[in-house]
Design a protein around this ligand. Structure first.
Ligand code: ATP
Ligand code: MG
Length: 347
Protein backbone atom coordinates (compact mmCIF):
# COMPACT_ATOMS: atom_id res chain seq x y z
CA UNK A 1 0.00 0.00 0.00
CA UNK A 2 1.22 3.52 -0.67
CA UNK A 3 2.51 5.48 2.31
CA UNK A 4 0.02 7.86 3.93
CA UNK A 5 1.20 11.48 4.17
CA UNK A 6 -1.97 13.30 5.25
CA UNK A 7 -5.20 12.08 6.80
CA UNK A 8 -8.27 14.25 7.06
CA UNK A 9 -11.05 12.81 9.21
CA UNK A 10 -14.53 14.25 9.73
CA UNK A 11 -13.36 17.82 9.09
CA UNK A 12 -15.92 20.59 9.61
CA UNK A 13 -15.37 24.28 8.82
CA UNK A 14 -18.08 26.83 9.46
CA UNK A 15 -18.56 30.52 8.72
CA UNK A 16 -20.77 32.50 11.07
CA UNK A 17 -22.85 34.80 8.88
CA UNK A 18 -25.77 37.15 9.51
CA UNK A 19 -28.01 34.55 7.85
CA UNK A 20 -26.79 31.72 10.09
CA UNK A 21 -24.06 29.10 10.20
CA UNK A 22 -22.60 28.29 6.79
CA UNK A 23 -21.31 24.70 6.82
CA UNK A 24 -18.78 25.20 4.03
CA UNK A 25 -16.85 22.00 4.80
CA UNK A 26 -19.07 19.42 6.40
CA UNK A 27 -17.55 16.09 7.39
CA UNK A 28 -14.70 15.60 4.91
CA UNK A 29 -12.66 12.38 5.01
CA UNK A 30 -9.64 12.11 2.73
CA UNK A 31 -6.25 10.39 2.65
CA UNK A 32 -3.30 11.74 0.66
CA UNK A 33 -0.46 9.36 -0.23
CA UNK A 34 3.20 10.31 -0.40
CA UNK A 35 4.42 11.16 -3.91
CA UNK A 36 1.02 11.52 -5.53
CA UNK A 37 -0.69 14.46 -7.19
CA UNK A 38 -4.22 14.57 -5.82
CA UNK A 39 -6.78 16.81 -7.47
CA UNK A 40 -9.74 18.32 -5.62
CA UNK A 41 -12.53 19.24 -7.99
CA UNK A 42 -16.09 20.49 -7.74
CA UNK A 43 -18.17 23.47 -8.77
CA UNK A 44 -17.73 26.97 -7.40
CA UNK A 45 -18.72 27.35 -3.75
CA UNK A 46 -18.53 23.63 -2.87
CA UNK A 47 -15.83 24.34 -0.25
CA UNK A 48 -12.54 23.53 -2.01
CA UNK A 49 -10.64 26.63 -0.87
CA UNK A 50 -12.06 26.40 2.64
CA UNK A 51 -10.87 22.79 2.84
CA UNK A 52 -7.38 23.73 1.57
CA UNK A 53 -7.04 26.58 4.08
CA UNK A 54 -8.31 24.38 6.93
CA UNK A 55 -5.60 21.78 6.30
CA UNK A 56 -3.02 24.45 7.18
CA UNK A 57 -5.27 25.87 9.92
CA UNK A 58 -5.38 29.14 8.01
CA UNK A 59 -9.16 29.68 7.91
CA UNK A 60 -9.82 33.34 8.66
CA UNK A 61 -12.76 34.73 10.71
CA UNK A 62 -15.72 34.59 10.42
CA UNK A 63 -14.61 31.06 9.50
CA UNK A 64 -13.48 28.55 12.11
CA UNK A 65 -12.75 24.84 12.41
CA UNK A 66 -15.85 23.09 13.73
CA UNK A 67 -14.12 19.75 14.38
CA UNK A 68 -12.10 16.95 12.89
CA UNK A 69 -8.55 15.68 12.54
CA UNK A 70 -5.87 16.67 10.02
CA UNK A 71 -2.87 14.47 10.65
CA UNK A 72 0.38 14.99 8.77
CA UNK A 73 3.10 12.31 8.68
CA UNK A 74 6.23 14.14 7.45
CA UNK A 75 9.44 12.50 6.21
CA UNK A 76 11.18 12.89 9.57
CA UNK A 77 8.95 10.19 11.11
CA UNK A 78 7.02 12.58 13.37
CA UNK A 79 3.28 13.00 13.11
CA UNK A 80 1.17 15.99 14.05
CA UNK A 81 -2.56 16.72 14.26
CA UNK A 82 -2.58 20.18 12.76
CA UNK A 83 -5.94 21.07 14.28
CA UNK A 84 -5.25 20.23 17.93
CA UNK A 85 -1.51 21.09 18.06
CA UNK A 86 -0.20 24.28 19.68
CA UNK A 87 -0.01 27.19 17.21
CA UNK A 88 3.79 27.29 17.67
CA UNK A 89 4.04 23.62 16.59
CA UNK A 90 1.82 24.26 13.56
CA UNK A 91 3.97 27.25 12.63
CA UNK A 92 7.06 25.00 12.70
CA UNK A 93 5.41 22.66 10.20
CA UNK A 94 3.82 25.26 7.93
CA UNK A 95 5.97 26.06 4.90
CA UNK A 96 8.69 23.62 6.02
CA UNK A 97 6.63 20.44 5.74
CA UNK A 98 3.39 21.67 4.26
CA UNK A 99 3.02 24.73 2.12
CA UNK A 100 0.27 26.53 0.31
CA UNK A 101 -0.25 28.60 -2.82
CA UNK A 102 -3.60 30.30 -2.05
CA UNK A 103 -6.23 31.06 -4.68
CA UNK A 104 -5.34 34.37 -6.38
CA UNK A 105 -1.91 34.51 -4.69
CA UNK A 106 -0.22 35.88 -7.81
CA UNK A 107 -2.24 39.06 -7.31
CA UNK A 108 -1.21 39.38 -3.68
CA UNK A 109 2.55 39.72 -4.20
CA UNK A 110 3.68 42.95 -2.58
CA UNK A 111 3.75 45.52 -5.44
CA UNK A 112 6.50 47.65 -3.91
CA UNK A 113 8.93 44.85 -3.08
CA UNK A 114 11.41 43.22 -5.41
CA UNK A 115 10.77 39.50 -5.97
CA UNK A 116 14.01 38.64 -4.16
CA UNK A 117 12.84 40.39 -1.00
CA UNK A 118 9.52 38.57 -1.09
CA UNK A 119 11.50 35.30 -1.09
CA UNK A 120 13.78 36.34 1.76
CA UNK A 121 10.83 37.54 3.86
CA UNK A 122 9.01 34.22 3.45
CA UNK A 123 12.13 32.09 4.02
CA UNK A 124 13.34 33.94 7.13
CA UNK A 125 9.83 34.01 8.62
CA UNK A 126 9.50 30.22 8.43
CA UNK A 127 13.06 29.00 9.06
CA UNK A 128 16.35 29.77 10.78
CA UNK A 129 18.03 30.85 7.54
CA UNK A 130 19.64 34.30 7.66
CA UNK A 131 18.58 36.92 5.13
CA UNK A 132 21.88 36.48 3.30
CA UNK A 133 21.47 32.68 3.06
CA UNK A 134 17.89 33.14 1.93
CA UNK A 135 19.00 35.53 -0.82
CA UNK A 136 21.53 32.97 -2.07
CA UNK A 137 18.74 30.42 -2.47
CA UNK A 138 16.65 32.59 -4.80
CA UNK A 139 18.30 31.94 -8.22
CA UNK A 140 18.03 28.16 -7.81
CA UNK A 141 14.39 28.41 -6.67
CA UNK A 142 13.56 30.55 -9.69
CA UNK A 143 15.33 28.03 -11.94
CA UNK A 144 13.24 25.20 -10.48
CA UNK A 145 10.09 26.90 -11.72
CA UNK A 146 11.59 27.77 -15.12
CA UNK A 147 12.43 31.45 -14.45
CA UNK A 148 15.78 33.21 -14.96
CA UNK A 149 17.82 34.61 -12.06
CA UNK A 150 17.23 38.17 -13.34
CA UNK A 151 13.59 37.90 -12.15
CA UNK A 152 14.89 38.29 -8.57
CA UNK A 153 15.56 41.99 -9.13
CA UNK A 154 12.18 42.69 -10.72
CA UNK A 155 8.93 44.03 -9.24
CA UNK A 156 5.61 42.13 -9.61
CA UNK A 157 4.23 44.64 -12.16
CA UNK A 158 7.12 43.77 -14.50
CA UNK A 159 6.04 40.11 -14.61
CA UNK A 160 3.29 38.39 -16.59
CA UNK A 161 0.54 36.50 -14.75
CA UNK A 162 2.22 33.17 -15.46
CA UNK A 163 5.57 34.42 -14.15
CA UNK A 164 3.94 35.74 -10.98
CA UNK A 165 2.21 32.40 -10.44
CA UNK A 166 5.55 30.62 -10.84
CA UNK A 167 7.14 32.99 -8.31
CA UNK A 168 4.37 32.05 -5.83
CA UNK A 169 5.05 28.36 -6.45
CA UNK A 170 8.81 28.93 -6.00
CA UNK A 171 8.19 30.69 -2.66
CA UNK A 172 6.00 27.77 -1.55
CA UNK A 173 8.73 25.19 -2.32
CA UNK A 174 11.59 27.23 -0.86
CA UNK A 175 11.91 25.02 2.22
CA UNK A 176 11.36 21.76 0.31
CA UNK A 177 8.08 20.79 1.98
CA UNK A 178 6.68 17.26 1.86
CA UNK A 179 3.32 18.55 0.64
CA UNK A 180 2.33 21.55 -1.47
CA UNK A 181 -1.31 22.62 -1.75
CA UNK A 182 -1.99 24.82 -4.79
CA UNK A 183 -5.44 26.42 -5.00
CA UNK A 184 -6.58 27.23 -8.58
CA UNK A 185 -2.97 27.58 -9.80
CA UNK A 186 -3.95 27.85 -13.47
CA UNK A 187 -7.20 29.83 -13.25
CA UNK A 188 -7.23 33.19 -15.10
CA UNK A 189 -4.19 32.25 -17.19
CA UNK A 190 -4.25 31.61 -20.92
CA UNK A 191 -3.89 28.03 -22.14
CA UNK A 192 -0.21 28.30 -23.09
CA UNK A 193 0.70 29.68 -19.69
CA UNK A 194 -1.55 27.08 -18.03
CA UNK A 195 0.53 24.44 -19.79
CA UNK A 196 3.78 25.87 -18.37
CA UNK A 197 2.31 25.95 -14.86
CA UNK A 198 1.12 22.35 -15.20
CA UNK A 199 4.61 21.33 -16.34
CA UNK A 200 6.15 23.21 -13.41
CA UNK A 201 3.87 21.45 -10.94
CA UNK A 202 4.50 18.04 -12.53
CA UNK A 203 8.26 18.65 -12.21
CA UNK A 204 7.92 19.32 -8.48
CA UNK A 205 6.68 15.78 -8.06
CA UNK A 206 8.81 14.06 -10.71
CA UNK A 207 12.11 15.81 -9.99
CA UNK A 208 11.80 16.90 -6.37
CA UNK A 209 9.63 14.08 -5.02
CA UNK A 210 7.00 16.39 -3.53
CA UNK A 211 3.40 15.45 -2.93
CA UNK A 212 0.83 17.85 -4.37
CA UNK A 213 -2.81 18.68 -3.78
CA UNK A 214 -4.16 20.65 -6.73
CA UNK A 215 -7.46 22.41 -6.09
CA UNK A 216 -9.27 23.44 -9.26
CA UNK A 217 -12.70 23.37 -10.84
CA UNK A 218 -10.96 22.85 -14.22
CA UNK A 219 -11.35 19.16 -15.05
CA UNK A 220 -8.83 19.46 -17.92
CA UNK A 221 -6.11 20.27 -15.37
CA UNK A 222 -7.06 17.21 -13.33
CA UNK A 223 -6.96 15.04 -16.45
CA UNK A 224 -3.51 16.24 -17.37
CA UNK A 225 -1.78 16.50 -14.02
CA UNK A 226 -3.35 14.36 -11.33
CA UNK A 227 -2.96 10.72 -10.30
CA UNK A 228 -6.16 10.68 -8.26
CA UNK A 229 -9.11 13.03 -8.11
CA UNK A 230 -11.42 13.78 -5.16
CA UNK A 231 -14.76 15.21 -6.25
CA UNK A 232 -16.36 17.61 -3.79
CA UNK A 233 -20.03 18.51 -3.67
CA UNK A 234 -21.82 20.67 -1.11
CA UNK A 235 -19.08 20.67 1.51
CA UNK A 236 -18.23 16.97 1.33
CA UNK A 237 -16.35 14.55 -0.89
CA UNK A 238 -18.61 12.32 -2.96
CA UNK A 239 -16.06 10.31 -4.93
CA UNK A 240 -12.32 9.63 -4.91
CA UNK A 241 -10.61 7.59 -7.58
CA UNK A 242 -7.74 7.08 -9.95
CA UNK A 243 -7.83 9.83 -12.59
CA UNK A 244 -8.53 7.32 -15.40
CA UNK A 245 -11.40 5.79 -13.45
CA UNK A 246 -12.87 9.19 -12.67
CA UNK A 247 -12.88 10.19 -16.35
CA UNK A 248 -13.67 6.82 -17.94
CA UNK A 249 -15.85 5.22 -15.31
CA UNK A 250 -17.21 7.89 -12.95
CA UNK A 251 -19.35 6.25 -10.26
CA UNK A 252 -21.21 9.10 -8.58
CA UNK A 253 -24.00 10.73 -10.64
CA UNK A 254 -22.49 14.14 -9.81
CA UNK A 255 -19.07 13.08 -11.12
CA UNK A 256 -20.76 11.74 -14.27
CA UNK A 257 -22.57 15.03 -14.78
CA UNK A 258 -19.31 16.92 -14.23
CA UNK A 259 -17.47 14.79 -16.81
CA UNK A 260 -20.34 15.02 -19.30
CA UNK A 261 -20.33 18.79 -19.09
CA UNK A 262 -16.80 18.93 -20.59
CA UNK A 263 -16.91 19.64 -24.35
CA UNK A 264 -15.22 17.05 -26.59
CA UNK A 265 -13.40 18.10 -29.74
CA UNK A 266 -14.06 15.93 -32.82
CA UNK A 267 -16.78 13.35 -33.48
CA UNK A 268 -20.47 14.12 -33.67
CA UNK A 269 -21.51 17.45 -32.15
CA UNK A 270 -23.90 16.96 -29.27
CA UNK A 271 -25.50 19.33 -26.79
CA UNK A 272 -23.58 19.32 -23.48
CA UNK A 273 -25.34 17.69 -20.55
CA UNK A 274 -24.74 20.31 -17.87
CA UNK A 275 -26.07 19.84 -14.34
CA UNK A 276 -29.69 20.80 -13.76
CA UNK A 277 -30.80 22.93 -10.83
CA UNK A 278 -28.72 25.20 -8.61
CA UNK A 279 -25.89 24.40 -6.24
CA UNK A 280 -27.35 24.18 -2.70
CA UNK A 281 -26.56 26.68 0.05
CA UNK A 282 -24.16 25.80 2.87
CA UNK A 283 -26.65 27.53 5.22
CA UNK A 284 -29.02 24.58 4.73
CA UNK A 285 -27.73 21.56 2.85
CA UNK A 286 -30.48 19.24 1.51
CA UNK A 287 -31.42 16.33 3.79
CA UNK A 288 -30.21 12.84 2.88
CA UNK A 289 -27.87 12.81 -0.10
CA UNK A 290 -27.08 16.48 -0.78
CA UNK A 291 -27.10 15.86 -4.52
CA UNK A 292 -30.57 14.26 -4.55
CA UNK A 293 -32.52 17.37 -5.73
CA UNK A 294 -30.35 17.47 -8.90
CA UNK A 295 -29.74 13.74 -9.38
CA UNK A 296 -31.15 11.97 -12.43
CA UNK A 297 -31.01 8.60 -10.61
CA UNK A 298 -32.58 9.67 -7.33
CA UNK A 299 -34.25 6.92 -5.27
CA UNK A 300 -36.58 7.06 -2.27
CA UNK A 301 -33.69 6.29 0.07
CA UNK A 302 -31.73 9.35 -1.09
CA UNK A 303 -34.22 11.83 0.44
CA UNK A 304 -33.49 10.93 4.04
CA UNK A 305 -30.47 8.69 4.24
CA UNK A 306 -27.03 10.32 3.80
CA UNK A 307 -24.68 7.94 1.94
CA UNK A 308 -21.24 7.42 3.43
CA UNK A 309 -17.97 7.61 1.52
CA UNK A 310 -16.89 3.97 1.26
CA UNK A 311 -14.43 1.93 -0.79
CA UNK A 312 -16.32 0.30 -3.61
CA UNK A 313 -14.55 -2.96 -4.25
CA UNK A 314 -11.27 -3.31 -2.46
CA UNK A 315 -10.04 -6.17 -4.66
CA UNK A 316 -10.71 -4.42 -7.96
CA UNK A 317 -7.39 -2.77 -8.65
CA UNK A 318 -4.74 -4.82 -6.89
CA UNK A 319 -2.51 -2.97 -4.47
CA UNK A 320 -3.57 0.60 -5.31
CA UNK A 321 -6.19 2.56 -3.41
CA UNK A 322 -9.78 1.46 -4.15
CA UNK A 323 -12.31 3.75 -5.80
CA UNK A 324 -14.37 5.40 -3.08
CA UNK A 325 -17.90 6.72 -3.53
CA UNK A 326 -20.78 8.07 -1.42
CA UNK A 327 -23.94 7.00 -3.26
CA UNK A 328 -26.88 4.65 -2.63
CA UNK A 329 -26.53 3.27 -6.16
CA UNK A 330 -23.71 1.18 -4.72
CA UNK A 331 -25.24 -0.81 -1.88
CA UNK A 332 -23.02 -2.52 0.64
CA UNK A 333 -21.81 -5.57 -1.22
CA UNK A 334 -21.02 -8.52 0.97
CA UNK A 335 -20.57 -7.24 4.47
CA UNK A 336 -16.79 -7.05 4.00
CA UNK A 337 -17.09 -3.43 2.99
CA UNK A 338 -15.18 -1.43 5.55
CA UNK A 339 -16.94 1.21 7.57
CA UNK A 340 -14.45 4.03 7.08
CA UNK A 341 -12.60 5.43 4.09
CA UNK A 342 -9.59 6.17 6.25
CA UNK A 343 -6.91 4.10 7.86
CA UNK A 344 -7.27 4.41 11.64
CA UNK A 345 -5.82 7.67 12.94
CA UNK A 346 -3.32 6.95 15.74
CA UNK A 347 -4.23 8.76 18.96
N1 ATP B 1 -15.53 34.72 4.54
C1 ATP B 1 -16.65 34.03 4.31
N2 ATP B 1 -17.80 34.31 4.97
C2 ATP B 1 -18.92 33.61 4.77
N3 ATP B 1 -19.04 32.57 3.91
C3 ATP B 1 -17.92 32.24 3.22
C4 ATP B 1 -16.67 32.94 3.38
N4 ATP B 1 -15.75 32.38 2.56
C5 ATP B 1 -16.41 31.37 1.92
N5 ATP B 1 -17.68 31.28 2.32
C6 ATP B 1 -18.69 30.34 1.84
O1 ATP B 1 -18.19 29.02 1.96
C7 ATP B 1 -18.56 28.24 0.84
C8 ATP B 1 -17.34 27.61 0.22
O2 ATP B 1 -16.49 28.62 -0.28
P1 ATP B 1 -15.08 28.28 -0.96
O3 ATP B 1 -14.42 29.55 -1.31
O4 ATP B 1 -14.36 27.34 -0.06
O5 ATP B 1 -15.56 27.51 -2.29
P2 ATP B 1 -14.72 27.03 -3.54
O6 ATP B 1 -15.14 25.63 -3.84
O7 ATP B 1 -13.26 27.27 -3.31
O8 ATP B 1 -15.26 27.98 -4.70
P3 ATP B 1 -14.48 28.57 -5.99
O9 ATP B 1 -14.41 27.44 -6.99
O10 ATP B 1 -15.38 29.67 -6.46
O11 ATP B 1 -13.13 29.04 -5.57
C9 ATP B 1 -19.29 29.18 -0.13
O12 ATP B 1 -20.66 28.96 -0.01
C10 ATP B 1 -18.92 30.55 0.36
O13 ATP B 1 -20.00 31.44 0.15
MG1 MG C 1 -11.85 28.42 -4.26
Amino acid sequence: MPETLLEIADLHVHYDTVRGKSRAVDGVNLTVYRGEILGISGESGCGKSTLAAAVLRLVKPPGYIGGGVVRLHPRDGTSIDLLSAEESDVRRVRWRRLSYVPQGSMNSLNPVMRIEDQFTDAITAHSNFSKRDARRMVPELLRQVGLGAHVARMYPHELSGGMKQRVCIAIAIALKPDLVIADEPTTALDVNVQRLIIQTLADLRDQMGMTLIIVTHDMAVHAELCDRVAVMYAGDIVEVGDVRQIFKEPRHPYTRALIHSIPKVGGVRTRLGGIGGNAPSPLAWPQGCRFHPRCSQVMARCFADTPRLLPLDTTANGSGPSPIVACHLYPEQDGSRVTTALTPVPQ
